[in-house]
Write a protein of this length. Structure first.
Length: 613
């Protein structure tokens, strides 16, 4: 009897999922991309690569995998040796919240359980520390970093028939690496060489709302000098590198042909307009001194004047400003409920934070329906700028800034700085208000400031520490790092420095440095080990720079230890006077800050210093 009841429950659940999918079908059919599905299928049937530029609201992220999953070329293929290839579509996203939320939505639209919830699930996701897939998964949303990890285990991506690279305009380092390795894979597959896919091709779709696809088209059009540089021990190009051939009369196609085989990588482009309602832009009449106070003022003004429905999405710079504004809006919401007259005339406020470090189940709360007589206020970082659609948002408040990592080679310091966004990002943010209905975007900067912004966001590869990029390329057995083809070439000096840093870390020199550093190790833990290291640095009076080099200790960092440092505003000790502090993290924003701080007594420090001396 028990198994029978279980089967009935499963059948009932399946019927419920299918009913929900049927309800969503009407909305899907209204998406701008819906009428282009036959064209998209036809282009990929005949070509290896589709470059799709589609404006915000077109439905590309959710619909493209559903258009392709039942195509003949997307079926599992059995190789002569009996191994299976393909049958699944990978869709990369720059952020975890986007991968999870899109997977949930596509599962709903297909009437399928999500991920590991059922062995019959056709849709799943894979993000760091959370792999929710099943053996029957045919559409997998994953972050770019997770796809790079899969490429380490299987450079030929034998699990997939297609890879969709979404939100290319974000231009993080990982997406540049994904594009580079996919380019290699396409060249190798089409060159006729024997690969582990054994002739089973792979399709690639590159999608963006704003990116310059001409640059990407040129990147996937192999040139002889770059193909020679692309060789590695895992994936190699043909003996005779491809030459360029541009056919007359077809502006939509770029063909890169291999001299040795006559096979070619064929690239198709497609532009699809989005569905965007008009958004009225409101600029600040004068520069804003405090974005938190200005945001709070704008939220209260909207809440008093604007009717429901009309949720608010606020873009702040980082987790600290999100938390600060969150607390202030909570106080404002509580004050409304204490006043009977206001409580009866103004909606309740549901305030939700959104940033990368927030646990996934809390991130997903922003997608839940807003209760009756309630206005949702989402306070987010740039994580909400692209990829995700929050239903019900009619008002966007944009502070005009975001946190960006910036590596300073001269200091060997990776800084997290607050910097102005680009005009492209500003337009993406304002577009969030026009997804469901006409909306308003309130920019906390002047119109003149907007036109002084850079047109596009600078690729991360131009401003980050390249050490991780070098490690990734080496782990993929790339031999010539300097000539490896990337969509944007990294700064020559920064790349050479990262390569030299990697070369210096050979086994012998590493052992020597470890031996020299071991004398500072303390069984009590890391903080006393750091204290011992600093004490030894202070005692060194001959050549401190050489002393650091011999021990692989960052000289600039040791110099910074000697400088003044402030307690970070997020700490409970901020604004308090204490004798001394112990911190777990050092960050540099507008100035050096200690974060995660505890107060200690100077006597303890002196005692510890004498003990380690």
């Amino acid at each position: 009897m028990a198994p029978s009841r279980g089967l009935k429950r499963d059948a009932s659940k399946k019927v419920g999922l299918k009913e929900r999918a049927n309800q969503l079908l009407t909305g899907r059919q209204k998406l701008p991309i819906w009428t282009h599905q036959d064209e998209i299928r036809a282009k990929l049937q005949q070509n290896d690569l589709l470059l799709l530029v589609s404006e915000t609201g077109s439905g590309k992220s959710t619909q493209i995998p559903q258009f392709l999953v039942n195509e003949k070329w997307c079926r599992v293929k059995t190789l002569p040796d009996g191994k299976k290839v393909g049958g699944c579509i990978a869709i990369t996203q720059p952020r975890r919240v986007a991968a999870v939320s899109l997977a949930r939505r596509v599962a709903e639209e297909m009437g399928s359980p999500l991920g590991s919830a059922s062995p019959a699930s056709e849709v799943g996701y894979s993000v760091r520390f959370d792999n929710s897939t099943s053996p029957s998964t045919r559409i997998k949303f994953l972050t770019e970093g997770m796809l790079l990890q899969e490429m380490l285990r299987d450079p030929w991506l034998k699990e997939y028939s297609a890879v969709v690279v979404d939100e290319v305009h974000e231009r993080g380092v990982n997406v540049d690496l994904v594009l580079a390795f996919l380019r290699q894979l396409l060249v190798s597959s089409r060159s006729g060489e024997v690969t582990e896919r054994k002739g089973a091709g792979i399709k690639v779709v590159v999608m963006s709302a704003t990116a310059d696809m001409e640059r990407i088209k040129d990147f996937f059009d192999p040139k002889p000098q770059t193909e020679l540089a692309a060789r590695s021990s895992k994936i190699t190009s043909t003996d005779e590198p491809a030459s360029e051939e541009r056919p007359q009369g077809d502006s939509d196609k770029t063909v890169a042909k291999s001299k040795s085989t006559g096979l070619s990588i064929q690239v198709k482009s497609l532009f699809i307009k989005g569905r965007r309602y008009p958004v009225k832009i409101h600029y600040s009449p004068q520069p804003v001194a405090d974005i938190i106070d200005a945001s709070l003022e704008r939220i209260t003004d909207i809440h008093r004047r604007e009717p429901l429905p009309g949720d608010i999405l606020v873009f702040m710079t980082g987790q600290e400003t999100v938390d600060s504004l969150f607390a202030l809006v909570q106080q404002y919401g509580a004050s409304i409920q204490k006043d009977r007259e206001l409580a009866s005339s103004l909606p309740r406020l549901l305030i939700l934070p959104l940033y990368a470090a927030l646990p996934s189940h809390l991130q997903q709360r922003i997608f839940e329906p807003t209760p009756k007589f309630t206005r949702k206020v989402i306070i987010a970082t740039n994580i909400a700028e692209t990829s995700i659609t929050v239903p019900g948002v009619r008002h966007v408040i944009d502070c005009g800034k975001s946190k960006r990592r910036l590596f300073r080679p001269s200091l060997n310091l990776d800084s997290l700085l607050t910097a102005p966004i680009s005009r492209s990002s500003a337009n993406q943010r304002s577009g969030r208000a026009g997804r469901d209905a006409p909306g308003n975007a309130y920019r906390l900067y002047t119109e003149a400031e907007f036109y002084r912004l850079a047109e596009d966001t600078e690729p991360e590869i131009l401003r980050c520490d390249l050490s991780q990029l070098v490690i990734t390329l080496k782990s993929h057995n790339v031999e010539d790092l300097k000539r490896f083809p990337l969509l944007t070439r990294p700064p020559k000096r920064a790349l050479e420095r990262a390569i030299m840093k990697g070369d210096e870390d050979d086994e012998e020199s590493q052992d020597s440095r470890v031996r020299l550093r071991r004398q500072f190790y303390r069984r009590e833990g890391d903080h006393l080990t750091i204290l011992a290291t600093v004490q030894a640095y202070v005692d060194e009076n001959v050549d401190r720079k050489r002393w650091c080099e011999e021990r692989a200790i960052n000289h600039r960092a040791m110099q910074a230890v000697m400088d003044a440092i402030s307690i970070h505003p997020s700490s409970v000790l901020f604004g308090r006077k204490v004798e001394a502090i112990m911190s777990s993290e050092f960050v540099f924003t507008t100035k050096p800050y200690a974060r995660c701080v505890s107060a200690v007594q100077l006597g303890w420090v002196a005692e510890a210093a004498s003990a380690v001396g």
